[in-house]
Design a protein around this ligand. Structure first.
Ligand SMILES: Nc1ncnc2c1ncn2[C@@H]1O[C@H](COP(=O)(O)OP(=O)(O)OP(=O)(O)O)[C@@H](O)[C@H]1O
Ligand SMILES: Cc1ncc(C[n+]2csc(CCOP(=O)(O)O)c2C)c(N)n1
Ligand SMILES: [Mg+2]
Ligand SMILES: [Mg+2]
Ligand SMILES: [Mg+2]
Length: 322
């Protein structure tokens, strides 16, 4: 075995702050929108628009992921995916990502390499890259990602534009991540269809800009749960949203997993978080773009209902739940 082939067993402490930065920034082919990448006091990115969309989501070990449930590549992909889905939910395309990493010196440097590889993998799927970040020592593994985006000349699609008569529509899957979380919490590691969805969500990135192009009146990505996140749209728009369960399919696979666990698949679909699907409202006459299907209606009033009735089950995820 040559020295180059020997596995690198050094820890983060041994490699140090600048060694670590070099490892995760060297040899990365930046996307075209990166005019100046990592290495200076700040990055410079180009955009076709004079406005910049900016969003941050933080992931903390044992709150957002567990390292006995997910590997560093999964965690890296998820940290980027949840941020890129917020960019898509504004109707924008991403132009760059900044990553704040807090980790203890005991982690292997290879762990950080894998985390960075997962982030780049997900960033590339959406046509963007990591343009900068920060590395600090911390007692809990913490990943803060900031995503920047370009509205390409369109108005932002906010949570506040839904109007009575609009169609509520969905792009992407719901309930898969919650099913995976429950499977993992019960000590199982399969089926991969749900465990994989929990480890790494698959936001429908292209559906955000295409909804904006088609005249969506409001949009949000589902991080906490469909009903919980639609509450934000109902409040911001001053309307009521009614979800129709005859239009919101519960996938057969989720029914099977739920039946094996004695759980409720419909609850996963209505209240499960972290699938990062997109929900938007469209004027009835607009027609839905590819990848979008109707799941309900916007009505005059307030709050979110299911088939015209209040939902009695527990709502979606909340930090510091009492
Ligand atoms: N610490 C903060 N300082 C300033 N604004 C914040 C802070 N935390 C959240 N916000 C803002 O509040 C709004 C709602 O934040 P929230 O995190 O709930 O949205 P989200 O990212 O879409 O949801 P999730 O975090 O579940 O993915 C966003 O506009 C966000 O920028
Ligand atoms: C170990 C572990 N326990 C529970 C969960 C579930 N979970 C955590 S945060 C969140 C909502 C989105 O977060 P945020 O609002 O911060 O974006 C959900 C559904 C998990 N992923 N890992
Ligand atoms: Mg957030
Ligand atoms: Mg969001
Ligand atoms: Mg978010």
């Amino acid at each position: 075995m040559t020295p180059e082939e020997r596995p690198d067993t050094r820890t983060v402490s041994q490699v140090g702050e600048f060694g670590l930065i070099r490892r995760v920034t060297d040899d990365r082919r930046q996307p075209e929108s990166t005019l100046l990448g990592p290495g200076d006091d700040a990055a410079v990115v180009s955009a076709s628009d004079s406005r910049v969309v900016a969003t941050t989501d933080v992931l903390v070990q044992n709150v957002h992921f567990r390292l006995d449930w997910s590997g560093p590549r999964h965690v890296g992909r998820k940290a980027v995916a949840v941020n890129l889905s917020d960019i898509a939910a504004m109707g924008a395309v991403p132009t760059g990502l900044l990553v704040g990493l807090g980790c203890s010196g005991e982690f292997s440097a290879e762990f950080v390499d894998e985390l960075a590889a997962g982030m780049w993998e997900e960033a590339r799927r959406a046509g963007t890259g990591l343009v900068g970040g920060d590395m600090v020592t911390a007692t809990e593994l913490t990943i803060s990602v900031t995503a920047l985006g370009d509205l390409q000349g369109r108005p932002p699609v906010t949570r506040g534009g839904a109007r009575p008569g609009d169609v509520v529509a969905l792009a992407g899957g719901l309930g898969w991540s919650a099913a995976g979380l429950e499977v993992l919490a019960r000590g199982f590691r399969s089926p991969l269809s749900v465990v994989g969805a929990h480890r790494v969500p698959e936001p429908p990135y292209g559906a955000g800009p295409s909804a904006a192009e088609a005249g969506a009146t409001s949009m949000i990505d589902i991080s906490d749960g469909l009903l919980a996140d639609l509450e934000h749209v109902a409040t911001a728009s001053g309307v009521s949203l009614d979800i129709r369960t005859d239009q919101l399919e519960v996938p057969q696979r989720l029914l099977e997993v739920a039946s094996a666990l004695g759980a409720d698949a419909r609850h996963w679909v209505l209240n499960g978080g972290e699938d990062q699907a997109l929900v938007a409202t469209f004027p009835e006459a607009a027609g839905l773009p590819d990848g979008w299907s109707p799941v309900g209606r916007v009505l005059a009033g307030e709050g979110v209902t299911v088939d015209g009735a209040e939902y009695s089950g527990e709502a979606g995820w909340r930090h510091w739940r009492q």
